[in-house]
Design a protein around this ligand. Structure first.
Ligand SMILES: Nc1ncnc2c1ncn2[C@@H]1O[C@H](COP(=O)(O)OP(=O)(O)OP(=O)(O)O)[C@@H](O)[C@H]1O
Length: 335
């Protein structure tokens, strides 16, 4: 390795993929932290005196986020109050381990920690959901419930911001996925460093321009890594493409509104979390997996059937072994 390109006199230990600079350990840390500080300053990400919940999964990104935010908060006097918010999805052998890491973050960084579980919020752990639906579609449940659980946690903690550890690779991957799906609404939102979750608590991504070097499973990610081999600037270019795409004014973009059932933000009358939950509770776990037009059709059929159902709650549930009952009282008798 050559000498550190900052002329500090030390030997370089790595070549940064983002800039191509050969740096020593100390200069790399400094450049890394300064870039995040610059991102925060340029986007005016935090109001001084605000409380920030750091969405802490126990993974590398959110652990680095907690570390860097604490460091920058003290170094540059952002005057932020930092707390950790963790969601326990109830995945044995996975989340329980990473929750130990989050508890270590709490002790190391001296930050309060709030843990919220799917079991308490939805009545189901991910292990129970997988037992019901199988392995194929369980990511849909996990993603939708986690997103809402983080919003609920942030609301409960009465914080001003929710910061996640999404990095440049995550964002470039999401841009690519939304382009491939033609999802203009999400494409519009996914490159923003700050997004309104709909209940007044903005979500922020201080690591938006920070690279992730690890290769994670997933087709878009693999494609991205292949493209990166051809041109290292590709990750930034894809984010920029996403930012520059202009949406045709005649294109139909769903408006964010409130779910009529749980009152959380949704682009549909009933939010995805409520539909997934209804499917689980009615023994129709695949209800929310797939197109919203199909979901609407099934909900309508169920609604019509339930009008026809003249049985009592007990007999209906008994007859259907608490599984495919169509009477309106089903969710109360199943649970
Ligand atoms: N169980 C969780 N509890 C709290 N926050 C979470 C949880 N899972 C994900 N997040 C937040 O969402 C971000 C992106 O999550 P993702 O599942 O893509 O993990 P990741 O990119 O591997 O990040 P990490 O390394 O922090 O786990 C995380 O950095 C974290 O801020």
């Amino acid at each position: 390795m050559p000498r550190c390109s900052t002329q500090c006199g030390k030997n370089a230990i790595l070549k940064r993929p983002k800039t191509g600079d050969a740096l020593c350990k100390e200069c790399f840390f400094e450049a890394f932290e300064n870039e995040i500080h610059f991102t925060i300053q340029r986007a005016k990400l935090f109001r001084p005196g605000a409380t920030v919940a750091i969405a802490a999964s126990g993974g590398k990104d959110s652990t680095v986020l907690a570390y860097v935010l604490k460091l920058l908060n003290e170094k540059y006097d952002y005057q932020l109050k930092l707390v950790l918010l963790s969601i326990d999805e109830g995945i044995t052998g996975y989340r329980d381990d990473s929750l130990d890491t989050v508890k270590k973050n709490r002790d190391d960084y001296d930050m309060p920690l709030k843990i919220m579980s799917y079991k308490d919020l939805y009545g189901w752990t991910m292990d129970e959901i997988v037992a019901e639906i199988g392995r194929k579609n369980n990511c849909t449940f996990c993603g939708v419930f986690r997103r809402q659980a983080l919003d609920r946690g942030a609301y409960l903690l009465n914080v001003d911001y929710l910061a996640t550890g999404h990095n440049a690779d995550d964002i470039a991957e999401t841009v690519l996925m939304n382009i491939l799906r033609g999802d203009l609404s999400r494409l519009n939102r996914c490159t923003s460093i700050i997004t309104d979750s709909g209940d007044g608590i903005p979500r922020v991504k201080p690591l938006k321009y920070t690279f992730e070097k690890e290769i994670v499973m997933g087709h878009a990610r693999v494609l991205l890594k292949d493209l990166e081999k051809i041109d290292p600037a590709i990750i930034m270019n894809i984010i920029q493409s996403g930012e520059n795409i202009r949406v045709n004014e005649t294109a139909k973009i769903p408006k964010l509104t409130k779910c009529t059932r749980c009152n959380y933000v949704s682009s549909q009358e009933i939010c995805k979390a409520c539909i997934l939950l209804e499917g689980l509770n009615k023994g129709l776990p695949r209800l929310g997996v797939g197109k919203s037009s199909r979901v609407k059709r099934i909900l309508k059929i169920n609604e019509e059937n339930s009008k026809k159902c003249s049985r009592t709650e007990e007999s209906c549930c008994k007859e259907n072994e608490k599984k495919s009952c169509v009477c309106k009282s089903l969710s109360s008798c199943v649970r």
